[in-house]
Design a protein around this ligand. Structure first.
Ligand code: NAP
Length: 304
């Protein structure tokens, strides 16, 4: 049976020249459950010590519908203020452009302000990857590109990305950007497979973008599947997980990483042991047959 290649431990972020770990840790849920800066520091250490050095946050993380905008960034900023040497150990990604209750703003003035505010909250001089969180249909991509290129030229941002953009929106912004896009961040998981067949990953390979997978466990659904379809996907992952002595969640990350586009799953857990465990995904081998078995379970019907 033909085996797919193992992922390398690091990869370059698009054409930016920035090397990142092949698996990332996300902080969407960091500023929840009364977590203190000391708690957050433990999680940052758990990720870095496991070799997971690519950290993803956003200005909106922490917002609960009424308040908390910026809280996840601010918490990481507190961690970095106490232990500044951590900054050198991570590639730091954040996002902006969702602004409740608007809902989205990519006007030039707002983009400049969003980047400045993130720098201030994170207490850093430069953001390694700044991403537009969701597309603002009212923004012209040429104007957006001008502001983002300025942010790169001024040294405030090293590389640029988008999230939840359509393929046409990605192509338009990439066309106008002098520095080009380095990443795209759609939702991808064994339970959310549209990217595999709708051309998004093909576009990423064509443009040289690193795809980052948000909610790689379907927001946790894969850990406790309820529907018949979700249970079938879990069973296909379990077959490989059990044979190789890893958990289903590790097999899920590895399944994404086996795709030739070089998908970087963003671990969403806020538990130190689960974050660290994610690094085991680098050692999981997939045969073509096993890989397609998960895809077929997710499709709910055989491939033609
Ligand atoms: P996920 O990995 O799909 O789900 C994580 C959730 O599953 C956590 O609540 C976690 O709880 C739970 N979980 C239950 N059992 C688990 C297990 N065995 N192992 C690991 N987790 C388990 O990811 P996500 O949190 O939804 O999203 C991941 C990251 O993607 C975010 O942090 C963010 O950076 C990014 N994201 C981006 C967007 C966007 O629009 N760009 C949207 C959503 C997310 P515990 O914490 O208790 O482990």
């Amino acid at each position: 049976m033909s085996e797919l290649p193992l992922p390398s431990a690091t990869r370059l972020l698009g054409k930016s020249g920035i090397a990142v770990s092949t698996i990332a840790w996300g902080m969407w849920r960091l500023a929840e459950d009364g977590r203190t800066a000391a708690d957050a520091a433990r999680l940052v250490h758990a990720a870095l010590d496991a070799g997971i050095t690519f950290l993803d946050t956003a200005d909106i993380y922490g917002f609960d519908g009424t308040g908390g905008f910026g809280d996840a960034e601010a918490l990481l900023g507190e961690v970095l203020a106490v232990e500044p040497s951590l900054r050198q150990r991570m590639v730091l990604a954040t996002k902006g452009g969702i602004l409740p209750p608007l809902p989205y703003d990519q006007s030039a003035d707002y983009l400049r302000k969003a980047i400045e505010d993130s720098l201030r909250r994170l207490k850093v001089d430069v953001i390694d990857l700044w991403q537009i969180h969701r597309p603002d249909i009212l923004a012209h991509p040429q104007e957006v590109a001008r502001v983002l290129d300025d942010a790169v030229a001024s040294g405030k941002v090293r590389a640029l990305g988008v999230s939840n953009f359509t393929m046409a929106q990605i192509a338009a912004l990439d066309h106008f950007l002098g520095s080009g896009l380095a990443t795209t961040q759609p939702e991808i998981s064994p339970l959310r497979i549209t990217c595999f067949e709708n051309g998004e990953l093909d576009q990423a390979m064509m443009l040289g973008l690193t795809p980052m997978a948000w909610s790689p466990l379907g927001g946790g659904r894969l850990a406790s599947p309820e529907t018949a379809r979700d249970k079938a996907v879990a069973a296909a992952l379990d077959a490989v997980a059990e044979a190789q002595g890893v958990s289903r969640t590790v097999a899920a990350y590895a399944w994404l990483m086996a795709h030739p586009a070089g998908i970087v799953p963003i671990i969403g857990s806020q538990k130190a042991e689960r974050i660290a465990e994610g690094a085991e995904a680098l050692n999981v081998r997939w045969t073509r047959q096993e890989w397609y078995a998960v895809l077929v379970a997710a499709r709910g019907e055989r491939l033609p």
